[in-house]
Design a protein around this ligand. Structure first.
Ligand code: CTP
Length: 433
């Protein structure tokens, strides 16, 4: 992000926050004039990165990655996936238009191949001046995206066009330029991830091989598509995405309590966790000694997914996973019906380098009416594909959901089956009958 010297430079701090809310990493470059309006320290504090204010700043080689050229403006130009200049003064627009490269920002502009956006801010007469408009035209022709200023009272006391666009609008333009989907904005997504552990004694537990990678990838993907994410995670060595709220749990019971206490506010619930199905009836308060064969008595845990479906409120989408080692489609379909989720992501967990514990996964996204094959790919890519499918489910709710509290399981399942067989246009009517 480039900041040039205008009174709107203070709004650039808000733009940093707006971009960060979209899980974008922001580096800030300031022109000398910009530093008269706002301190580099403000941006350094917000971004956690050094703010570049001159071509001649000392190059901090410790921060250079192998791909970066040792020359800082080239390094930044190669690193950035987009360059947004806000505010962009008449002066910086003129320099960009004519290839003048006399400071860091103008040099970087020439060196980058990334999409460039400018958010002009200036006095109305300067904005309307033919020189400025001609420069903007040159820039537009070269593919620079101009986030037009708004009209209003300007800092100079005049009224007219020249006020920098609002930070949220500029952030939206940046996301658009990056080709990021922003289709989960406004959603609150609750995601469960990882395996749970059921204690046998103070040091031992019954667990499973789930790493949390799929759930964390979903959290990251949902967040970068604009959602607020609540990640409820079993023990996992992974670092959660920077901006999501993380609730750490150990047992199935703790996961259940966490999910139930946060489901009300959620609009989309994705249950990627591998929840223990059984817990030991007796937990020893001391380390069990080896005394020969022992028999463990296990009690079933609550099925959190089924409970979430029972307690759902209208408008909530609920997606479960099915971990199968054989008959995956048959079992997946049975789980879709028995649990009553809107969709089940069926994946194989035989553990041969794909799926559980692995970095890649393949799955079938199953709903009552569709079955979509998602071939093997990195879990982060699969997360986006799963979210693509979930987004398409955001259609008017069927009445099956609203019936949940009033009908028994058999009636509900019959209704679900009936719905699956009926063409879309008649579904609602059938359920009512
Ligand atoms: N699940 C849950 N609570 C449980 C067990 C499972 O919420 N106690 C959820 C999982 O998070 C997943 C879905 O139910 O979204 C299916 O989990 P899976 O382990 O595949 O199936 P189970 O329901 O446990 O059935 P089974 O182990 O018999 O295949």
């Amino acid at each position: 992000m480039g900041v040039s010297g205008g009174i709107a430079a203070y709004k650039a701090a808000e733009l940093v926050r707006a971009l960060q809310r979209q899980a974008l990493e922001v580096h800030v470059v300031m022109t000398a004039a910009a530093t008269k309006f706002i301190q580099p320290l403000t941006f350094a504090s917000l971004t956690g990165h050094k703010v570049i204010t001159s071509l001649w700043d000392e190059w901090d080689s410790a921060e250079a990655t192998p791909e970066q050229n040792g020359i800082e403006h080239i390094g930044e130009a190669l690193w950035a996936e987009a360059l947004v200049v806000a505010p962009a003064t008449a002066n910086i627009l003129a320099k960009f238009a004519h290839g003048i490269a006399d400071d860091f920002l103008t040099t970087m502009y020439l060196a980058t191949r990334a999409p460039v956006l400018v958010a002009p801010a200036m006095n109305v007469n300067m904005w309307e001046h033919k020189a400025t408009q001609a420069n903007l035209e040159i820039l537009r022709q070269r593919g620079v995206r101009v986030v037009d200023p708004g009209a209003g009272s300007l800092a100079c006391g005049m009224v007219g066009v020249g006020r920098m666009a609002e930070p949220e609008a500029i952030a939206d333009a940046v996301l658009h330029a990056l080709g990021r989907r922003h289709d989960l904005a406004g959603e609150i997504v609750l995601i469960t991830a990882g395996g749970t552990r059921e204690a046998l004694d103070p040091v031992r537990f019954i667990g499973n091989r789930s790493s949390g990678k799929m759930g964390y990838a979903l959290a990251d993907a949902a967040e970068s598509r604009g959602a607020k994410v609540i990640l409820i995670s079993g023990p996992s060595a992974l670092h959660p995405p920077a901006h999501c709220e993380v609730i750490r749990v150990t047992t199935a019971e703790q996961m259940r309590n966490a999910v139930l206490s946060r489901m009300e506010e959620s609009t989309l619930i994705i249950k990627a966790a591998a929840v223990a199905d059984y817990r030991p009836v007796n937990v020893a308060d001391h380390k069990l000694k080896r005394t020969g064969p022992i028999t463990l008595e296990l009690a079933p845990t609550e099925d959190i997914l089924a409970e979430v479906v029972r307690r759902r409120r209208p408008g909530q989408l609920i997606v479960g996973f099915a971990a199968e080692t054989e008959n995956r489609m048959e079992n997946g379909r049975a789980k879709l019906l028995s649990k009553g989720a809107d969709a089940i992501v069926v994946n194989t967990v035989t553990g041969d380098g794909i799926g559980i514990e692995a970095d890649t996964n393949a799955a079938t996204f199953l709903t009552l009416t569709t079955s979509i094959e998602l071939p093997e790919m990195p879990k982060r890519s699969l997360a986006d594909r799963i979210l693509d499918e979930i987004v398409t489910l955001r259609r008017p709710r069927t009445l099956v959901v609203e019936m949940d509290e009033h009908v028994d399981e058999k009636t509900r399942q019959d209704a679900v089956l009936k719905q699956a067989e009926a063409p879309a246009s008649t579904r609602r009517q059938l359920i009512v009958e």
